[in-house]
Write a protein that binds this ligand. Structure first.
Ligand code: B12
Ligand code: SF4
Ligand code: SF4
Length: 330
């Protein structure tokens, strides 16, 4: 019996779409340098947490004593196509016929993926302990642990990094969420994927703010995802206009990618999907009380933004929709 194969079979049974194994060596010097440069350049904006724990971020061995392997998983989050052309309001029932709606990034239309992936990875560690030894140690990482998740996922064979900075799997496309288990169990590593973007640059052309720069750099401080989710305070009017009606996150560079065109939709029934979170009624967001916000978004990543941030975004979207309506038709 091959231990790595047993672990992979179990991961698929737990609902993951991709699984690969890599060692705990630091990420490539070139990538570590590009991360250091990125942090120095100011492109990280106010994400101060990115400047902390640099050594851990580039070296998974620093996150667990006697670490030997990283098990990397991917979860397909491509939502099913919208069933009707009219946006659904869900719990936020439409009050007027001319309601305006804000768009929510695809990954945020599901239950909070951090919690879901962690829960499934915990089941995987229980399984590994049961077949390989109860004294094994594990560190589960999803997003918030300082770890270069994309770089490790590449090394574990889950996909390649596109010009849109996403980990792209050639069959599943870029709409994949990542998670990792660092363990002191030694496992046979997988081979990296050697695909690439070739001559395509559709994502750069699609990026509304120029965050994906023509020189290949990524200026997160201009990224709509950063502005609508991470950035606290007032957004400059120039950038606010480019946000269009993105209420939470942004998918322009993901949806422009040819690798996502024929990718399969998520069929994981355990990963709860809410079709009514795709587009939210902006005026009703502005009327929400704290209580209603908590109830509505209790199991959503949107809850992490807070009501104040969501209302700021709703105001920006409404102003953009109104100014577009006012523009004379050309
Ligand atoms: C900070 C952060 C953000 C920031 C900054 C994004 C960024 N590109 O750095 C903001 C808030 C903008 C953001 C936005 C989004 N994020 Co985010 N984010 C993170 C976080 C916490 C850290 C990323 C990081 O280290 N950035 C620093 C840069 C320099 O590193 P990097 O882009 O990962 O690049 C590394 C390697 O890929 C390599 N590298 C860099 N460039 C290149 C280029 C080539 C050609 C190659 C080969 C290698 C390479 O070197 C780097 C050093 O490790 C990770 C979770 C984690 N702990 O890793 C999630 C994560 C990257 N985010 C994720 C998602 C889903 C998103 C959004 C799609 C959400 C949305 N729809 O709004 C957008 C996508 C925006 C985009 N185009 O990147 C997923 C991505 C999954 C995937 N398939 O790649 C992650 C992995 C979370 C998760 N656990 O699933 N995010
Ligand atoms: S998420 Fe939106 S703003 Fe950010 S890089 Fe992609 S297209 Fe540009
Ligand atoms: S849109 Fe084109 S350039 Fe951008 S990530 Fe996809 S394949 Fe690569």
């Amino acid at each position: 019996m091959n231990l790595a194969e047993d672990i992979k079979r179990k991961a698929f049974r737990l609902g993951f779409d991709l699984i690969g194994i890599t060692d705990v060596l630091p990420i490539d010097t070139e990538q570590a340098e590009s991360l250091a440069e990125w942090l120095k350049s100011g492109f990280a904006g106010r994400m101060d947490y990115m400047r902390k724990n640099f050594e851990k971020r580039i070296n998974p061995a620093k996150l667990l004593k006697n670490a030997q392997s990283v098990i990397a998983v991917g979860l397909n989050y491509r939502p099913p196509p919208i069933q009707n052309s009219k946006p659904s309001t869900g719990c936020l029932k439409a009050k007027t016929q001319n309601s305006s709606f804000g768009r929510v990034a695809n990954y945020a239309q599901y239950e909070d993926y951090h919690l879901f992936i962690k829960k499934q990875l915990r089941k995987l560690t229980n399984f590994i302990s049961s077949i390989a030894g109860e004294s094994l140690k594990f560190k589960i990482c999803v997003d918030s642990v300082p770890l270069a998740e994309r770089a490790l996922a590449v090394r574990a064979g889950l996909g390649f990094i596109g010009k849109n900075r996403m980990l792209i799997n050639p069959e599943l496309g870029p709409q994949i969420l990542l998670g990792e288990i660092i363990t002191n169990l030694k496992l046979e590593p997988d081979e990296p994927v050697t695909d690439n973007c070739s001559n395509c640059d559709k994502c750069i052309a699609a990026c509304p703010t120029g965050a994906l720069r023509n020189d290949g750099q990524f200026d997160a401080s201009k990224c709509i995802s950063y502005l609508t989710i991470e950035y606290k305070g007032q957004i400059s009017s120039g950038l606010a206009r480019k946000i269009d009606n993105w209420l939470f996150g942004c998918d322009e560079c993901v949806l422009a990618c040819p690798y996502q065109e024929d990718s399969p939709v998520c069929e994981n029934k355990r990963f709860k999907f809410y079709s009514d979170r795709a587009q939210l009624n902006l005026r009703q967001i502005l009327d929400l009380s704290q209580e209603e916000f908590k109830t509505q978004f209790t199991d959503s990543v949107i809850k992490r933004l807070g009501l104040e941030g969501l209302k700021r975004n709703a105001q920006i979207c409404l102003a953009n929709i109104t100014s577009q309506k006012d523009e004379p038709a050309s």
